[in-house]
Design a protein around this ligand. Structure first.
Ligand code: ZN
Ligand code: ZN
Ligand code: ZN
Length: 765
């Protein structure tokens, strides 16, 4: 035997998402194909492998381990140690090793794979039209897991004993369903059932087909999905959509639509290559795509909007339903306005019986609530607006090691974030922390993540706002002795965008949002900071203006307009503004005047979100809102109606210096908007000019700050940057001035990303 042929032993540790994704059968095949001996097993922190054989085969094995890994595997690290051979005779898959303190990543729930789809539509297959078909490459994961390691008894599938054929698939290392924990078939697995809104079974031979017929007839059907119930109706029927709006008490907030396939998606929206890639990805999010004028989806689905949220079917049940009905279906979270999504059958019947006519339920329990994710593509790259199904609980990778902390987030669109080593476990979207149900969902999910990822936070970070329920949650933890770390809202935004982009050195942070308590006690939201993870310095902001009646004014933007005009332009400006606005009640006006003049219940704000609101209401676009951001969103939409969308004109404004602070003054902006309006310039044109102005402000300020900050890196964060027109114009102007611009990608720019920023800052504190 020559030296090269003597058997060697390699011990390999593979980390990342490598469990529950068909990794061990893949390793088994790879090893046996190369005639290598040894074993593979799951542990609490990695997949461990020992292989023995000729050196060149071992090298080939290591190469292919990464190159040919199963589609859902996400390898973070492969460590190889070479040892003397021990003389293995076979290759085995060994029992999982459990080590309590160790952390193992968990795959998100994944959209149905091509192979499972083929079985689903094959009348000769035993899983023909079986709505719970899945394999190691697709199906539920996170939503059914109660604890780690990921084995069937620790999932909500434990009550279903596999039939002999399913068991044989499960036991065979060469089968696509080897150790697929949710494996099931029509004989042994979960079943669907159609019931009416009192819970009585509807007699029918095929529940899914009958549910489809009901949808076609204009009924509203609640459908139990992966992470909760979705409410469905025919998206082409104005009557059905209106009735859903009425019952759900949601008068104009946009709904998402599920379409049968990509061809259908393109019938309703203009879909770019990047958008198509996202829609068909294993994550399969809702994508906000440009809505075609000739689409048959009712305008009631997303009133006044240019973009429609579309998604493709992502479970077998959806595929069956959509191919039965051949109609785009509204699919919206099964809840009443802002409560969390309903997940259990009883709960759904209790909470949704006033909304849905029928319920398509099943008997596989959902362990974790999990909303659909929402993404958009701008400037060729995707960014998440809501991060949940398909993404969480996969962590945001960090460039540095952090200590274990919990970031509790802020208030709206809330998430939390737990850190460990180089991972930030950002929770799925939890919701607006405005009711007890959402707060309970928050607390339950924190415990789940702590348990699943074996994290015991040593500190807890929270927003400065003392009344946020997330802040109160942090205060409660403090009673248990955990260190509290307050983090200013906009500093958290900057840190979140930095972590999203793997940045470490100080940046200029431009944060535009609606509300966030500042360190001076005022409401911030038009902020220029020089910041890193350790500290933050405010170097500029939009001037302070009064918010009459405080937060309540955000529901009625015309009140903001009145207060701003009064504060900036006095009685004469107010008079001119009133002439443009319709139906302002005199008594209400008198109250607002008093509030502003006497500074009664009128906190000061530097919010850019409120600036958009004020202009929107001044132009008569939106004076009262039904959902957060509506006035600003509709102001953006108005710009798309302009004949010269690309126009570069802007409004005047000035910048005053107050020590190190630069303050943007908008008095001239308002007086010129009024003048334009009086002279009959259309709203669309004014909106374009207004957007140009805000983008100019950013460039102007960054040019002024860059020397002082000693950096040309600019990060853009805050919910206002969901405005695509503003985002494009701002990034364009900054890049032309040689700034390096960073925007959000994996993490929402809105308050859904705050907890990540808090956690990273706290872990350095
Ligand atoms: Zn599959
Ligand atoms: Zn079976
Ligand atoms: Zn914010």
């Amino acid at each position: 035997m020559t030296k090269a042929e003597a058997p060697k032993l390699a011990r390999i540790s593979v980390r990342g998402i490598v469990q529950g994704v068909g990794f061990r059968p893949f390793v088994y095949r790879l090893a046996t194909d190369l005639n290598l001996k040894g074993w593979v097993c799951n542990t609490s922190e990695d997949v461990r492998i020992e292989i023995e054989g000729p050196r060149d085969s071992i090298d080939k094995f290591c190469l292919n381990l990464k190159a040919q890994a199963p589609p859902l595997a996400h390898i973070e690290e492969i460590a190889v140690t070479h040892l003397p051979a021990v003389g293995y005779r076979d290759f085995d898959i060994r029992r999982s090793l459990v080590d309590k303190g160790k952390c193992q990543l968990i795959s998100p729930d994944i959209a149905t794979c091509r192979t499972c789809l083929d079985e689903l539509s094959d009348p000769n297959d035993r899983r023909y039209r079986y709505p719970f078909t899945n394999c190691t490459n697709c199906g539920p994961r996170f939503t059914i897991i109660e604890d780690m390691p990921y084995d069937r008894p620790k999932t909500t599938m434990r009550s279903f004993a596999m039939c002999p054929r399913c068991q044989a698939e499960y036991d065979n290392p060469l089968d696509r369903r080897f150790h697929a924990q949710p494996n099931a078939c029509p004989i042994c697995g979960p079943r669907v059932e159609l019931v009416d809104n009192r819970g009585y079974a509807v007699s029918c031979s095929d529940a899914m087909y009958t549910a489809g017929q009901m949808l076609k007839a204009g009924e509203i059907v609640a459908i139990k999905g992966l992470g909760g119930f979705l409410l469905a109706c025919d998206a082409t029927s104005e009557l059905a959509v209106k009735s859903l709006r009425h019952r759900k008490r949601r008068s104009s907030k946009p709904f998402a639509v599920m379409v049968e396939n990509m061809e259908e998606a393109k019938r309703h929206c203009y879909i770019s290559m990047e958008e198509e890639g996202l829609l068909t990805s294993p994550q399969s999010p809702i994508v906000l795509a440009r809505w075609r004028q000739d689409s048959t989806v009712s305008r009631e689905v997303a009133p006044n909007l240019r973009y429609l949220g579309v998604m493709l079917p992502y479970t077998p049940l959806h595929h069956i339903l959509l191919s039965d009905v051949h109609l785009p279906l509204v699919m919206t979270s099964g809840n009443l306005s802002e409560e969390p999504i309903a997940k259990d059958n009883d709960e759904a019947l209790r909470r949704l019986s006033g909304i849905a006519d029928y319920f398509l339920i099943h008997n596989r329990d959902i362990y974790s609530r999990y909303d659909d994710s929402v993404a958009m593509v701008e400037r060729g790259s995707s960014q998440l607006i809501r991060r949940a199904r398909g993404y969480a609980p996969y962590p945001i990778p960090l460039k540095f090691k952090v200590r274990p902390v919990l970031g509790c987030g802020a208030h709206l669109k809330n998430t939390f974030c737990l850190t460990r080593d180089k991972h930030a476990f950002l929770s799925q979207h939890i919701g607006d922390m405005e009711n007890i149900e959402t707060v309970e969902h928050f607390a339950d999910t924190v415990s789940l993540y702590e348990r699943l990822f074996r994290i015991k936070p040593v500190a807890v970070a929270h927003d400065l706002h003392p009344d946020y329920l997330a802040t109160r949650y942090a205060m409660e933890m403090n009673k248990g002795g955990i260190e509290l770390i307050p983090v200013q809202h906009h500093h958290a935004h900057v840190a979140s965008c930095m972590a999203d982009n793997g940045l470490q050195s100080p940046v200029i942070g431009v944060v535009f949002d609606g509300t966030g308590l500042g360190s001076d006690g005022h409401i911030w939201g038009g902020e220029f900071l020089v910041a890193d993870y350790h500290s933050s310095r405010r170097v500029g902001h939009l001037e302070y203006l009064p918010l009459p009646g405080g937060d309540a004014a955000t529901r009625k933007p015309y009140r903001i307009t009145l207060a701003y005009l009064l504060a900036l332009l006095g009685e004469e400006g107010l008079r001119q503004g009133l002439a443009l606005m319709k139906d302002v009640d005199n008594a209400e006006l008198a109250i607002i005047q008093r509030q502003v003049e006497k500074r009664l219940n009128s906190p000061l704000t530097s919010s850019i979100g409120r600036l958009f609101d004020a202009v929107s209401a001044l132009l008569g676009i939106r004076g009262e809102i039904d959902y957060e951001g509506q006035a600003a969103i509709e102001l953006e939409m108005a710009a798309y109606k302009a004949p010269h969308e690309g126009e570069e004109d802007s409004y005047p404004y000035s910048v005053a210096e107050d020590g190190d602070l630069r303050i943007i003054k908008v008095c001239d902006l308002f007086s010129t908007v009024i003048k334009d309006s009086q002279q009959g310039v259309p709203r669309s044109g004014i909106s374009v000019k207004f957007h140009n102005t805000v983008a100019q402000m950013v460039k102007h300020m960054c040019l002024s700050i860059t020397g002082d900050a000693a950096t040309n890196k600019v990060v853009l964060s805050g919910g206002v940057f969901q405005n695509r027109l503003l985002l494009n114009k701002t990034v364009g102007l900054l890049e032309r001035s040689n700034f390096e611009v960073y925007t959000h990608k994996q993490v929402p720019c809105n308050d859904g990303g705050i907890s990540l920023g808090q956690a990273v800052i706290a872990s350095f504190a």
